[in-house]
Design a binder for this molecule. Structure first.
Ligand code: URP
Ligand code: ZN
Ligand code: ZN
Ligand code: ZN
Length: 539
C-alpha cells in the first residue's frame, strides 16, 4: 500500500501484483546455458510467482512444476528497450503501434521491458502529460514498462514538475531536444537549465542531438531548390549536424555537473564526438544506437550539389531515400537519418567495444497514409521506423553471428546496461531474486523478417526480406510463458508500471562532485592594500 501511494500505482497495477503473487506459476528451465553480461554458466533456472528463486544444478523443485528443456539453447535476461514511442501523436499523425500491439511485438522479439517517452505539447503540464501516458499504457501493456518525460519547453513551472515527477511519480530521466525547431527544441540556455535540474534531482538527462537551426535552414534551401521528396530529409541533416550537437550536449552536461545519455546515435562522426567528450567528462556519458542503423543503411553515395553559391550533400538515385516508391522512401525517414553503407559496421564495432552502451529501437511507426502527409514536402513526413520486435534478432545476426560480439556483450547492450542506467535492479540479469523475465534463445532458429508476418500494427518493415539465424523460442515475462515454443500468448494489461528511482548508482555513484569555486576578495582600490596579499576566502 505504501508503494501504491508513493508511486500512485493504478488500481490495475495493484491488482496485477496480487495476481502474480497468488498464481501457481512455477517454471523450471533445464539444461540451458545461462548468459549474463559478466559471464556464461551451464545451470537450470527455477521461477516461482514471477521471481527467479533458484539458479544452479540438481535443484530441488516442487511437484507440478512445468519444465522447459533448453538443451543447446541460451538462457538470457529478457531484453530492455529503453526507447519506444507507442500511441504518440506527432507531426499531425498518430503512431500505428499502441501500447498493446507495441508491447506484443516487443515480447515476440524477446524484449520484456520497454521505456516509453511522455512528450508534452509545448505549454502543457508535464504531470498532465504523464497521467495521459499512464492512462494509455496501464491497461494495455503486455510487459513491464517505465517512462521518460520530455522537457519540450521551459519555465519555472516545468522545473517544479520535474521535481514532482522524480519525487512522487517514479520518473528518473528526461529527454531534451536539440532538433525539431519551434516544436520541441530547447535553446542552449534552457538546455543548461534542464540539465542543471536533472543534476540537482540526480535524474538522467537524455538528449536528441542534432542542430535544429541548421536543419531548419538547410530544409528551406532544399525546398527552394525544388528538392521536396524524402531524399531532402537526409540531405538536410548530415553526420556533421549530428556530431556538432553531440559535442555541444556533452559540454553543456559537463558544465552543469550532469551525466548524459545521448539517444539514437546514427553516425561514426557522432560517436567520435562522444568519445572525445568522454575524455574530460566528470560523469558517465552514455551512447545509445538503434536497430535501424545496425540493420540497414541509407545506401547513400554522397555527392555534392550546388544550390546557387551554396553546396549541399545529396543522395542520388539508388538510396532508400531516393526510391521511386514514395512509401518505401518515406518509410525510412527517421531522425537522425540512416547514413552511408559503412555506418552499420562502424556502429556495431562501437557497441562491441563500449564506445556505445545501448541498442534501442526508437520504435515510432507510421502507416502509409500518415507518411503521405509529407508527399510534397519532406519536412512534413512523420519521423520514425519500426524496431521493437526485430531489435534483438537483428543485432544477433549482424554482430554475434559475424563474431564481432560475444553473447555476454549482446546481453549487456540489449538488456543489462539499460537496467543499470535507468536503475531497474530487478531487471537485466538471470540471478536469484531478479524478476522472472527470461528468454530461451535458439541460436539455430531461422526466419525471414517481413511486414506480412511481424506483430506490429504498421504496414511496413524496414528490415523486409532479411534472413536472420538465432531468435527467441520461449519468452517468459514475470514468470508467465508469453512466447511458448513460437506461439505468442501475451495478455493485454499483464505488464505493470515500473517506478525508476533517481540517483542511479551507475550514473551518479562514486563520482566526486565538482569542487566549489573559491571566492576571491578583490580590493576596492589600491589605497586599501596594506600588506600586498590578496585575501582568499573559502566557501
Ligand atoms: O525519427 C524519430 N527518431 N522519431 C521519433 C522521435 C524522436 O526524435 O525520437
Ligand atoms: Zn529523438
Ligand atoms: Zn572511443
Ligand atoms: Zn525517439
Amino acid at each position: 500500500a505504501a508503494l501504491q501511494k508513493r508511486y500512485d500505482l493504478s488500481r490495475h497495477d495493484y491488482a496485477m501484483c496480487q495476481t502474480h503473487m497468488s498464481s501457481q506459476n512455477r517454471l523450471l528451465i533445464k539444461n540451458g546455458c545461462i548468459v549474463n553480461a559478466d559471464g556464461m554458466e551451464d545451470a537450470d533456472v527455477y521461477i516461482e510467482d514471477g521471481v527467479i528463486k533458484q539458479v544452479g544444478r540438481n535443484l530441488i523443485i516442487p511437484g507440478g512444476t512445468r519444465t522447459i528443456d533448453a538443451t543447446g539453447k541460451l538462457v538470457m535476461p529478457g531484453g530492455i528497450d529503453p526507447h519506444t514511442h507507442f500511441e504518440l501523436e506527432m507531426m499531425g499523425a498518430k503512431t500505428a503501434d499502441d501500447f498493446y500491439k507495441g508491447t506484443r511485438a516487443a515480447v515476440a522479439g524477446g524484449t520484456t521491458t520497454i521505456i516509453d517517452f511522455v512528450l508534452p505539447q509545448k505549454g502543457q503540464s508535464l504531470i498532465e502529460a504523464y497521467q495521459n501516458w499512464r492512462q494509455k499504457a496501464d491497461n494495455k501493456v503486455c510487459c513491464d514498462y517505465a517512462l521518460h518525460v520530455g522537457v519540450t519547453w521551459w519555465s519555472p513551472s516545468v522545473k517544479k514538475e520535474m521535481y514532482q515527477l522524480v519525487q512522487d511519480h517514479g520518473v528518473n530521466s528526461f529527454k531534451m531536444f536539440m532538433a525539431y525547431k519551434d516544436v520541441w527544441m530547447l535553446d542552449d540556455y534552457n538546455l543548461c537549465l534542464a540539465m542543471e535540474a536533472c543534476s540537482e534531482l540526480k535524474a538522467l538527462p537524455m538528449v536528441h542531438a542534432e542542430n535544429g537551426s541548421i536543419i531548419a535552414r538547410n530544409s528551406e534551401r532544399l525546398l527552394a531548390a525544388g528538392v521536396k521528396g524524402p531524399e531532402g530529409h537526409a540531405a538536410s541533416r548530415d553526420d556533421q549536424v549530428e556530431a556538432e550537437a553531440v559535442n555541444r550536449a556533452c559540454v553543456i552536461a559537463n558544465q552543469m555537473d550532469a551525466p548524459l545519455y545521448i539517444v539514437h546515435m546514427m553516425s561514426s562522426a557522432a560517436v567520435q564526438s562522444l568519445c572525445n567528450a568522454r575524455r574530460v567528462a566528470k560523469r558517465p556519458m552514455i551512447g545509445e544506437t538503434l536497430a535501424a542503423t545496425v540493420g540497414t543503411d541509407g545506401k547513400l553515395e554522397i555527392v555534392t550539389i550546388m544550390l546557387g553559391k551554396f553546396s549541399l550533400l545529396y543522395n542520388p538515385p539508388g538510396s532508400h531515400y531516393k526510391n521511386a516508391c514514395f512509401r518505401h522512401a518515406a518509410a525510412h525517414v527517421l531522425s537522425p537519418p540512416l547514413r552511408d553503407p559503412h555506418t552499420p559496421e562502424a556502429i556495431i564495432d562501437a557497441l562491441a567495444h563500449d564506445d556505445l552502451q545501448v541498442i534501442a529501437s526508437d520504435n515510432c511507426t507510421f502507416n502509409e497514409k500518415d507518411k503521405e502527409l509529407g508527399k510534397n514536402d519532406f519536412t512534413k513526413i512523420p519521423n520514425g521506423v519500426n524496431g521493437v520486435e526485430d531489435r534483438m534478432v537483428i543485432l544477433w545476426q549482424k554482430a554475434v553471428n559475424t563474431g564481432i560480439m560475444d553473447p555476454c556483450r549482446f546481453v549487456a547492450v540489449t538488456s543489462t546496461n539499460a537496467a543499470n542506467i535507468f536503475n531497474l535492479p530487478s531487471k537485466g540479469r538471470v540471478t536469484v531474486g531478479a524478476d522472472g523475465d527470461v528468454i530461451v534463445w535458439d541460436p539455430r532458429l531461422e526466419k525471414t523478417i517481413s511486414a506480412a508476418t511481424h506483430h506490429h500494427a504498421v504496414d511496413f518493415n524496414i528490415f523486409e526480406g532479411q534472413r536472420v539465424v538465432g531468435g527467441p523460442q520461449y519468452v517468459i515475462v514475470n514468470g508467465r510463458v508469453c512466447l511458448d515454443d513460437g506461439d505468442l500468448r501475451v495478455a493485454e494489461g499483464y505488464g505493470k508500471f515500473l517506478p525508476t528511482p533517481p540517483n542511479s548508482p551507475y550514473m551518479y555513484g562514486e563520482v566526486p562532485t565538482t569542487p566549489q569555486p573559491k571566492r576571491v576578495e578583490h580590493e576596492a582600490s589600491p589605497a586599501r592594500v596594506t600588506n600586498g596579499t590578496p585575501t582568499e576566502l573559502q566557501i
